[in-house]
Design a protein around this ligand. Sequence first.
Ligand code: ANZ
Ligand code: ZN
Length: 818
Amino acid sequence: MKEYRPQEIEGKWQKVWEEKKVFDTPQYSDKPKYYALVMFPYPSGTLHVGHVKNYVIGDIVARYKRMQGYNVLHPFGYDAFGLPAENAAIAHKIHPKKWTLDNIKVIRGQIKKLGITYDWNREVITCTEDYYKWTQWVFLKLYEAGLAYKKPGAVNWCPSCQTVLANEQVKDGKCERCGTTVTMKYLEQWYFKITDYAEKLLEGLDRLPGWPEHVKTMQRNWIGKSTGAEVDFPVDGLDKKIRIFTTRPDTIYGVTFMAIAPESPLVLELVTEDKKKEVEEFLAKVALEDRFKRTSLEAKKEGVFLGRYAINPLNGEKIPIYVANYILYEYGTGAIMAVPAHDQRDFDFAKTYGLPIKQVIKPKDGEWNVEEKPYEEEGIMVNSGPFDGLESTKGIEEVSKYIEEKGYGKRSVQYKLRDWLISRQRYWGAPIPVVYCEKCGIVPVPEKDLPVKLPENVEFLPTGQSPLTLSEEFKHTTCPKCGGPAHREVETMDTFVDSSWYYLRYVNPKDDDKPFDTKDVNYWLPVDQYIGGVEHAVLHLLYSRFITKVLYDLGYVGFDEPFKNLFTQGMIYKDGWKMSKSKGNVVSPDEMIEKYGTDTLRMYILFMAPPEKDAEWNDAGIEGVHRFIKRLWNNYYKMIELINSEGAGTKEFGKEEKSLRRKLHAMIKKIREDIEGGFKFNTAIAGLMEFNNQLSDYLEKTATPNKELLREITEKLALILSPFAPHMAEEMWHDIGKESLIVEERWPEYDPSALKEEEITVVVQVNGKVRGKVVVPADANEEEIKQMAIESAKKQLEGKQIVNTFYVPGKLVNIVIK
Ligand code: ANZ
Ligand code: ZN
């Protein structure tokens, strides 16, 4: 019998697929389209099996959809600019370009051995001129629309990466890339005005039922919409006002102090002479503190009285003004009205500094001692003048209305989302396409002059300044507007800009005249299925949605959400840790392929756990899957031998045959449901394993198996195996005499009539003890089955009284007697 030699058949079929160009995607076709996309990798090293999981899942989807008759776009590329590649290049003392392109070569080779259905003609590499030219084009479009601007301000700085970071790239006060504690710097930087899209980004989430709920929640929380009011509090004795933002205007009668962020210029404007020294000392101290820790709920609340008072516009009360560490300068107006009776942070502060706590909301029933604990819930307004007795939710409305009528302030909506800081002080990125001219100021580089090329002969070690500053040749240019001397912007773009639009480029990867063709992208997008890691929930996935919405508003694309369905796969761990080179626990796909073949690797990755869950790599696990594959192979080739054997085989289609055929069709049905009902690849494979056991039984027990049945099994089995173990399936398909390629075949339909069971066996119990079995027609009803069970147990029932009978459908009847 033919032996299973994956190393031989896998290379062979990969070559055939490539030669016959089966994965080249026609731009248009009569078939319905399906865009299956996996998040592209950073080529900062070689791939480990954790990366491979992403691509295998994508390939199952792509192959399955092909077999369903779709015109499938399944592309691959590399997020090739950016810090990881640059840092690795520096560590290895190689130019980032060489380092990156060398890695891409290796990764491409790794991927090709996996037998994935990528259309390699559409490969995209973000660090090549023909790609980043269009990243610069995206920048220009945003600039023209007033959505890219430069401003000075406090920014996040990673001392290790030696560059600024966007807020999204700071996790718990640490650099998302390297884990170093982020500090602050005051710099003039380029931003994209993502805040203009806060409302649209929120609204769009409601139209994405195909996204995991937790990802949508993370985006909503990140955008952080709050509704409330802005109110002006006049400063006593000065012609100045403090504008605050509150979500609880209903508590305004309970304000007992004001608090201003340390970074606010108001602090030094308001502080009185005698308090100046103390305040300055406090500001110096806070400046050294971590902004994220300082403003966390648990942090100690600290502040200093400024020597001044404000007037509560509603009741005329005089209230002290503090500078306080827990107020964020970047949120709301950077100042608050403090209501210690109803806000925990204000309460903590008031307790520390002995400030009054005035209750203005009480619970609907019962009392509450606000000296002990602030009451933060809804309730009834008290101590609030004309508003007393009002429900606090209504109070928010009424007080806001009153404030607007009196001109004290206005209703207001605030978002936590900040504009996206996109400039980086690093070398390996797309240069920002603007020049600075003494006469004309900031001038965008005209589209016809793109790309602004990244010079290669540059000392690129990070110094905190962009390395491009050191390239005189790059820096000096002429102004596109007036022709006078000008210098180029020396900073490069965040790599998240590169990846914010790459899914569009796959549609027209070779177009030299435009980033993509509107008609073509409107055919292919939105992406039908996007697959990637959840770590991008508020990074790449938010930025891409933003850029798509901008391009939609500018008329370049006809859809405003790029990814219709999103699947976030779990990670692969080894020895209890997430795989990483630094932990030394990576499993290389190449090694596994050499040992077991890629079909085993693919199957094991899918079988380990539900694909959305994290899973632990286990050498015994892949061994086990490999054994299964070999058993399946042996059964398959045994069937081929039997079909081709001299003997007639049984003509009879008896009970055993019917049962096996039923199992075959039940499996076909199940695998379809498992794939379509939420990527349950692990249970789909378990279904294959179960069927294989039943097949072994049949082949062992039956002297002369039915050839017709074997023919049906060999055909259907290869088809449903093909998304999971495509090489083996292709070989099988060939060996049963098919001339087509299995990748171009259709997914088999199950036969509903085969699914009907003719008879079932039911256990009969008397008072809970097993007394026998009864075979009943599968379509008998409960009463009939009970009667047959009673009939079968006649002996045990003689002379007894039956008090009850219970039926567990398909399994057993228990007869209770006295
Ligand atoms: C008075 C008040 C009374 C408040 C009360 C809350 C409860 P979210 O939901 O996060 O938007 N706040 C406003 N700006 C702030 C800033 N820059 N730094 C720190 N805190 C700030 O929270 C809005 C509430 O957080 C605002 O409503 C304000 O306190 C505070 F019983 O005003 B509130
Ligand atoms: Zn000029």
